[in-house]
Every structure is written in C-alpha cells, then in structure tokens.
Design a protein around this ligand. Structure first.
Ligand SMILES: NC(=O)c1ccc[n+]([C@@H]2O[C@H](COP(=O)([O-])OP(=O)(O)OC[C@H]3O[C@@H](n4cnc5c(N)ncnc54)[C@H](O)[C@@H]3O)[C@@H](O)[C@H]2O)c1
Ligand SMILES: [Zn+2]
Length: 409
C-alpha cells in the first residue's frame, strides 16, 4: 500500500452502529427512513447509520446493507443469509488491502464458519474463463457443498468472476457480494449479472445469478485509486439523470464531499444509487425493456472505450458518452440548454472529462454500430427528456450522432 493510500485507510472497526436507516421499496420511493435505535450511550444522531435497501425480484429478494464497519461484522450477516453453511469461500482481489481481507475472513471464522480465502489478481484480462477455472480448482479440492457461500471481496471484475464461479459451482451455490470499488457498490453488485470476457468481446459468457446478500462497508473506499472513485461517480450521475431530478440536485451540491472521501456522505450516496439501480432492475429483471435506461451514456461510451483501446477508463468514457447523449437530447428539443449545461457542470465537478476527445470521429461512430445493444439493425439511444427522465429513441439521425461525437473534441 502506498503512503498516500495508507493515510486514507480508515480502521474498519472504529465506527459503532446505533441507528438504522431502512429503505423498503418500491413503496418508500426515494427517501431513506431513519429509524433511530433504542437509547444508546452516545447521542444517536452522532452515530453513523445503517442503510438497508431491499431488492425484491420475483422469487428472490435480498438486502443490500451499507454500514461503516460492516466488513468486520460480515460473518454474522453471511450466517444469517446462508443458514446451514459450514464453510465459506472468499474470492478476494489482490489489490484490496490485507487488513480488509483479514477483517472479513476473521469475522467469518468468529461466526463459526470455516473460511477458505482464494486470492484473485483482478483485471479485465484475468476476467476470463481460464481464471474462473483456476479459482474453481482449490474450491472443489476443499470439498465444499451446495450450502457453501462464495463471497466476492473486490471491485466489479472480482464480483463478476466470483458470481460466475458461484453460478456454476455444483450448479449454483449462494453468492454474497462485498464490493470494494464505488462502481461495484452502486452498479455491478446489484442486478445479478455475472460473467467473464471472451476474446470475441467483453462480458460475452455468463449467467444471471442473484446474490443472497450485498454487504457494503464504505470505509474500504479509503484505498481506492482516485481515478476509480471518479469512475464510480459517473454511474452515480447517470442514475440521477435517468430517474431522479432531486437526487441530481443533491449530487450537484455535494459531489465535493465524495471526492473528499467523506464516508458519511459516501454511505448515503451509495444507498441512494443502489436504490435507483434496484428499482430499475426490479421493473425489468432480465433486461427486456426499461433496464436499457441504465445504458444512458454507454452507447457512445463503449465506442470511446474501444476506440481508445481503454485509454479512457469506463467512467471517463461514460462521462463523455453522457455529454454526447445530452447533446443529442438538446438538439432533438428534449432537454433545454440550461439543463444541458447543468449536466456538463456536474460531470466536470466529479472530476470527469466533458470534452477534449482526441479520437477519430469516424472510428467512434463506426464502433457504435458494433455495440451489442443494437436492436434489429437500428441504433437505439437512451436520451434525456429533461433531467431525471430517460427515453429510448431509435430514430436519431446519423448526422446528429456524428455531430454529438464531434462536439466532444
Ligand atoms: N455485473 C454487472 O451488472 C456489472 C455492472 C457494471 C460493471 N460491471 C463490470 O465491473 C467491472 C468494472 O468494475 P470496477 O470498476 O470495480 O473494476 P475493478 O474490479 O477492476 O476495480 C478497479 C480497480 O480498483 C482496484 N480496487 C478495487 N477495490 C479497491 C480498494 N478498495 N482498494 C484498492 N484498490 C481497489 C481493483 O483491483 C482494480 O485495479 C467491469 O468488468 C464491468 O464489466 C458489471
Ligand atoms: Zn457503466
């Protein structure tokens, strides 16, 4: 761990729990109800809260719990989510600090489970069929059974691979997500998509396998590289833009607190974004309709990511993609000019690019046609019909698409 990283690391155990925020939805819409605990020694309002977002899918409901110090208390949560388990497998990203791995593994052990820690060098290149197989070897040798949970501790890459391992191991074992990147917390850990890359393309092999629990400890964000933090913020901007105008206003006001690693704010931000993603996924668990709204900024974004050969990170590409998409929305008269400017300002305030694209425009436009979300030969775009409301259009004229990419230069 670098010196800068270790300075930002916050002891996982140092934040007590006394208040519970519970968000049940869809009923509770967007407000997180604060349930203050019974009399606690320090005043309840000075203590960090727990926030629980229920994800209610047909035949499968689970909680996403956000709480300071949760990592070191994960054992009890895993036991509760997987009654009857004797062992527990932890697939952990090698970039996650040892203290976090030990906190989680130690907590599983103290709760009476037999943990098996399987290290994984997370990277897009290692998000592969080959690595899924290599992870399965020690797990099968450990004679796990169908009640043995697979716990993913890491970013989205680790969650996707470990989820795929959980989906295929003994034809499916319980899966627990402990996401450690902001992107994994607000996006990859909700929705049940698992999988690996293939030489033919990203995420082409996989399965839907919902977790039984998602446990989020914002303190782990203390060691996340800044660029990764900003990348996660791109998905947060996206969520508010497609669903929540009031959330967007709060983001405009408070994004600086996220960049300053204010953990209380990050906990609130994560719970808010999990709730938005959960609502979209609940409405469309198998991605047949409105879940497409989550691709806002991604049709342009994937093309930028590919043409730059991943020189632009996913978050940076999506940021530019959202700028292009609001450009198209404005040109079609769906979004007014002040609205467009607000979106650009919020993206910039999150430390993400809004212009300066140095790629060949033709190459980017050509790459969009290969996006796997093309329906029946027509390019579909998610646009904004005002801030907070997404619409899908498949009638965007080609010259507008080109102009939007040119506008990113
Ligand atoms: N399943 C889904 O619905 C879904 C949704 C969105 C993205 N994804 C997938 O998620 C992946 C991207 O996720 P990501 O951005 O988390 O990438 P990642 O897992 O590669 O994590 C980013 C980097 O941060 C490191 N890291 C993670 N947590 C850390 C921590 N706490 N401290 C220090 N370093 C840490 C990782 O090792 C990696 O180098 C992509 O493969 C994408 O396809 C999946
Ligand atoms: Zn994304």
């Amino acid at each position: 761990m670098s010196e800068q990283q270790s300075k930002r690391w916050i002891t996982l155990n140092d934040m007590p729990l006394a208040a519970t925020d519970r968000l049940d939805h869809p009923a509770a819409a967007d407000t997180i109800r604060r349930v203050t605990a019974a009399p606690a020694s320090p005043p309840a309002e000075s203590l960090p809260a727990e926030r629980v977002v229920r994800v209610a899918l047909p035949g499968h409901a689970y909680d996403v719990t956000v709480r300071h110090g949760l990592l070191a208390a994960a054992g009890a949560a895993v036991r509760a989510a997987v009654p009857g388990a004797v062992k527990a497998v932890v697939i952990h990203d090698l970039n996650v600090p040892a203290a976090a791995v030990e906190g989680l593994v130690g907590s599983l052990r103290s709760s009476g489970l037999e943990p098996l820690a399987v290290p994984y060098p997370a990277s897009e290149a290692n998000k592969s069929w080959d690595w899924a197989g290599r992870l399965l070897d020690p797990i099968l040798r450990a004679r796990v059974d169908r009640r043995t949970p697979v716990v993913a501790l890491g970013g989205g890459v680790t969650g996707d691979v470990a989820g795929f391992v959980a989906a295929t191991l003994l034809r499916g074992v319980p899966f627990v997500q402990v996401p450690t990147s902001l992107l994994a917390m607000v996006d990859a850990s909700v929705g049940g998509k698992t999988g690996v890359n293939h030489p033919a393309g990203k995420n082409l092999v996989g399965a839907f396998h919902q977790p039984v629990a998602v446990l989020i400890d914002p303190a782990v964000l203390g060691t996340l590289p800044d660029r990764e933090l900003r990348g996660g913020l791109a998905e947060c901007v996206k969520h508010d833009l497609i669903r929540d105008a009031a959330g967007f206003e709060r983001f405009e006001r408070d994004v600086g607190r996220a960049l300053a690693l204010d953990l209380d704010y990050l906990a609130e931000l994560v719970a808010h974004n999990v709730a938005i993603k959960a609502r979209v996924v609940e409405a469309d668990p198998f991605e047949r309709g409105e879940r497409a709204h989550l691709n806002f900024g991604h049709t342009f974004g994937h093309a930028i990511e590919t043409v730059s050969d991943y020189g632009y990170s996913h978050g940076e590409s999506v940021a530019l993609g959202m700028v292009a998409a609001v450009g198209v929305s404005a040109r079609l008269g769906l979004l007014d000019e002040p609205g467009r400017r607000r979106v650009l300002a919020a993206i910039a305030a999150a430390g993400l690019p809004t212009g300066g694209l140095s790629l060949d425009v033709d190459a980017v436009v050509a790459a969009m046609a290969f996006d796997k979300k093309v329906a029946a030969g027509r390019l579909r775009f998610v646009l904004l019909d005002g801030i907070g409301k997404a619409v899908v259009r498949d009638d965007v004229p080609a010259d507008l698409v080109r102009a939007a990419v040119e506008g990113l230069r």
